[in-house]
Write a protein that binds this ligand. Sequence first.
Ligand SMILES: [Zn+2]
Length: 87
Amino acid sequence: MKVRLMMTCREATQLCSDQHERTLTRRERWMLRVHLFLCHKCRKFAAQLAMMRDALQRVANLQADSSPAKLSPERREAMKHELRKLV
Ligand SMILES: [Zn+2]
């Protein structure tokens, strides 16, 4: 019987996405942590994903603070700036 000690990059990136939508099991968290410790590319992916989620949250907060009718030019520019960082 073969025991896998490390998940694949595909599994790791899927779990990076999943962790924002559901609670990972203890085993999944541990396996992901080990993978991210050892894999530079997935660590970079996880950081970029977190940055994107952060920017989207900031845009959502800006939208929640402003109705379109009273959107100031400064707030409009701030929203454009946050959206451009995603592209
Ligand atoms: Zn990887």
